[in-house]
Design a protein around this ligand. Structure first.
Ligand SMILES: NC(=O)c1ccc[n+]([C@@H]2O[C@H](COP(=O)([O-])OP(=O)(O)OC[C@H]3O[C@@H](n4cnc5c(N)ncnc54)[C@H](OP(=O)(O)O)[C@@H]3O)[C@@H](O)[C@H]2O)c1
Length: 386
């Protein structure tokens, strides 16, 4: 993680604490039973993911994806790198939206040389994106939208889990996990709606996590600074993933079926990547010693690639939309539709997270409706979205 873009909790926590209004007693955390059931899901995925995914090929075989354009965030490492390589090898035009642009160019060069003589050159390009900076997201969107090109899939893959690290905040003043894993992808998704409309039928794929089962989001305390809940990196990570499901649920509900954009959250499973780079050395070594249970990045990429390319996924999304299901489509590590956590089903808090997220990323509450109608949208970052 780029520490220059971050400040510690001591610098800015007081400015962001929003407190609890209302008067009625609000739920401020999962109760012990919910917490226990959540952990059962996590442990179950850990021990049984290989068995439940044993029907899947590795890698998945893909149809020809010529003419399909995908943006993949965080494609320099782990699951994102695998998704990018496989989509590109199937013929898609893939945009690597990354912080480390030089390294991304080196990766493309390596893939091209490995593929030499085996067919057409890969259609991969690199654009700079740092999710810890809302300005960077706006700049990325401006550059992309200026092309007036159709986008078929936005894969919000980049994420952080700074296990055991102290609480940190972005320059925008938001808790780092919440910004990189939820607020940044939410802003990017909204700013790219015009391009996704142009590419319709299109998909927003959010790489989520089974850890959302132990998450809890309080829309009045997105930064975990009010003191009602103790900050831990685990709480921050799991909350950010639950916030993403809640925001996606309202976004998916509000996008009219005719617009042809579906929003899907996907669990990759528990995967051996660089996500554990912040774990203490001893735990990291143990993590490396349990390869039987843990997926490698190629195995972990399957559910995301499936959600991005399978032709039946839009039908499934349409069915849930017609049924007024309270949660967005959620696809599990075994490429099967799954149920998100109980907490994800609470529509009232999902509405609250939707509103708070738009406020935090500087967009008006009717942004989606305006974009769908092709109107310009004013926003505090001055991005031209039309
Ligand atoms: N691994 C698992 O067990 C697991 C389980 C469930 C969900 N997930 C989710 O899967 C996704 C991919 O994670 P991974 O396991 O593949 O981890 P990873 O190997 O650490 O890859 C994370 C990617 O995100 C990028 N990234 C981090 N901060 C960023 C920022 N501020 N702006 C732009 N890009 C940024 C990283 O870029 P740099 O190379 O520049 O650092 C890297 O390319 C994440 O959303 C994670 O939460 C992973």
């Amino acid at each position: 993680m780029d520490s220059s873009a971050l400040s510690t909790s001591d610098d800015t926590a007081d400015d962001r604490s929003t407190g609890y209004g209302g008067g009625t007693r609000k739920k401020v955390a999962l109760d012990w039973m919910e917490w226990g059931r959540g952990w059962l899901h996590v442990v179950g995925e850990f021990f049984f993911q290989r068995i439940s995914a044993s029907h899947l090929e590795n890698p998945l075989s893909l149809p020809h994806l010529d003419g399909i354009t995908c943006i993949v965030t965080g494609s320099t490492s782990g699951i994102g790198l695998e998704i990018t390589r496989q989509l590109a090898e199937a013929g898609a035009h893939v945009v690597m939206a990354v912080r480390r642009t030089k390294f991304a160019h080196e990766l493309i060069h390596k893939w091209q040389s490995e593929k030499q003589g085996l067919g057409l050159p890969l259609n991969v390009e690199v654009m700079e994106l740092d999710l810890l900076s809302l300005d960077s997201i706006v700049q990325f969107s401006k550059d992309w939208n200026a092309r007036q090109a159709a986008l078929h899939a936005l894969i919000n893959n980049a994420g952080i889990f700074a296990l055991g690290e102290p609480q940190r905040f972005s320059k925008d003043g938001y808790e780092a996990h919440m910004q990189v894993n939820h607020l940044g992808p939410a802003l990017l998704s909204m700013l790219l709606i015009p391009s996704l409309l142009q590419g319709s039928p299109s998909r927003i794929i959010n790489v989520n996590s089974i850890m959302h089962f132990v998450g809890f989001v309080d829309a009045d305390d997105m930064n975990i600074t009010s003191g009602k809940r103790k900050y831990t990196s685990l709480a921050a990570y799991s909350s950010s993933k639950l916030a993403q499901i809640k925001f996606s649920s309202i976004l998916q509900k509000r996008i009219p079926a005719e617009a042809g954009i579906n929003v899907i959250c996907v669990s990759p499973g528990i995967v051996h990547t660089n996500v554990a780079r912040d774990l203490p050395k001893i735990i990291n070594s143990a993590y490396h010693l349990i390869p039987y249970f843990i997926f490698d990045a190629q195995e972990g990429s399957r559910s995301i690639i499936f959600a991005t390319t399978d032709p039946q996924v839009p039908d499934y999304c349409g069915m849930l939309k017609a049924d007024e299901w309270p949660v967005c489509p959620y696809i599990s590590h075994d490429c099967r539709p799954a149920n998100a956590s109980e907490e994800a089903h609470n529509l009232e808090t999902s509405q609250a997270v939707w509103k708070k997220t738009l406020e935090m990323i500087g967009l008006p509450f009717d942004v989606l409706e305006k974009l769908i109608e092709g109107q310009n949208v004013d926003n505090r970052y001055g991005a031209k979205i039309d």
